[in-house]
Design a protein around this ligand. Structure first.
Ligand code: ADP
Length: 339
């Protein structure tokens, strides 16, 4: 039995999620979301960012029908959420939240396999899927029989990600998923998640109050203020043309560094087989590292060229030239924003 909401995704058009004039007024009269319209193309990640209380969580929870809109239409894979059975809908939508919500009395394996189990998959299939997912999120197979309280915060969050992916949902919702982690573990999980997501055909909506995280994780970034969607654009567009003073001030300082934080080494590195030697020893980068990390590595090194290594093999090289090229794409872009 297929769990996909739409058995023929091409009929659903290019967008996995469509907000069409959606509003939410709570029972006490609070207008949490006002006339919001945006679409998330299939396979892309949209981040929703803005100050506390601006309506991010309300917007996200309308997607899996935890909150019902009071106006407008909201479609998931082409179908109005209001026409769908909420339980069915949620089985097709993975959900990762800050405090994880793992069941402490169940093993890691049982936690990851919970949705497939509800869907009636047979035990062997669940077993295989759990093994595959633990490998994907880079947890040792030994954790399968452990209980969540025996794991570190970062490991628990990896289990949360594996669980959200278990039944191959079309959509994953992530609400401040890495917010409770220390900065190093957080960055590790962000990078890891970007790597995982690349190989999957899944649409992600990711809520954060952290603009750096929003720019890094999102193919498109939705900036909200007081329930309104102020701007919805790819990170580079946001940095180039902030819609208004609010967005500009929310982006803050150091726009060049923020830009570098949105580009990975893998996207811009040079190839290794162009006849040039890569040096041995010293620091290396991984394709998943962002260019901000690359700059920090340069500052420590005496060299202009750094090998890019994946699974023990040199897969590319990164030079100052690549970095300049990225910044050079923004000739006038950032000039106006340094007021
Ligand atoms: P964010 O996720 O950006 O912090 P929320 O979506 O949680 O924002 O909240 C948006 C607004 O709606 C806030 O003013 C908040 O106080 C209000 N709000 C959230 N949930 C409820 C509720 N259940 N009843 C009334 N007001 C709510």
């Amino acid at each position: 039995m297929s769990t996909n909401l739409n058995s023929n995704p091409t009929d659903a058009g290019p967008n996995a999620i469509e907000f069409d004039g959606v509003s939410k007024v709570y029972g006490d009269g609070t207008e949490a979301v006002s006339d919001v319209s945006f679409a998330v193309p299939r396979g892309e990640t949209a981040t929703i960012v803005g100050p506390s209380g601006c309506g991010k969580t309300t917007t996200m929870k309308m997607i899996n029908a935890l909150i019902e809109p009071t106006a407008g239409d909201l479609r998931v894979t082409g179908r109005s959420v209001s026409d769908l059975d909420p339980i069915e809908l949620r089985r097709n939508i993975g959900y990762v939240i800050q405090d994880i919500g793992l069941f402490n009395h169940m093993t890691v394996g049982e936690n990851v396999g919970i949705v497939p189990d509800i869907l009636g998959w047979d035990d062997d299939r669940i077993d295989d899927r759990v093994g595959e997912l633990l490998e994907l999120v880079r947890l040792p197979d030994g954790v399968r029989t452990k209980y969540p309280p025996g794991l570190s915060g970062g490991q628990q969050q990896r289990v949360g990600v594996a669980r959200a992916l278990a039944a191959e949902p079309d959509v994953i919702l992530m609400d401040e998923p890495f917010g409770a982690l220390d900065p190093i573990t957080r960055k590790e999980l962000q990078d890891e998640f970007l790597r995982i997501q690349e190989g999957l055909d899944v649409t992600i909506v990711f809520v954060t109050h952290d603009i750096d995280e929003a720019l890094k994780m999102g193919d498109r970034v939705a900036v909200m203020r007081d329930g309104e969607l102020v701007q919805y654009d790819p990170p580079i567009e946001l940095l180039r043309n902030p819609a208004d003073e609010f967005v500009a001030s929310f982006l803050g300082e150091d726009l060049e560094l923020k830009l570098l934080g949105t580009v990975t080494v893998g996207e811009v590195m040079g190839s290794v087989d162009d006849g040039r030697d890569t040096r041995s020893g010293g620091s290396t980068l991984s394709p998943a590292d962002d260019l901000r990390t690359a700059v920090q590595t340069w500052l420590r090194e005496e060299t202009d060229e750094i090998p890019v290594v994946e699974d023990g093999a040199v897969v590319g090289r990164l030079s100052m030239q690549h970095l300049r090229h990225v910044l050079g794409e923004l000739p006038n872009a950032l000039e106006g924003n340094h007021a």
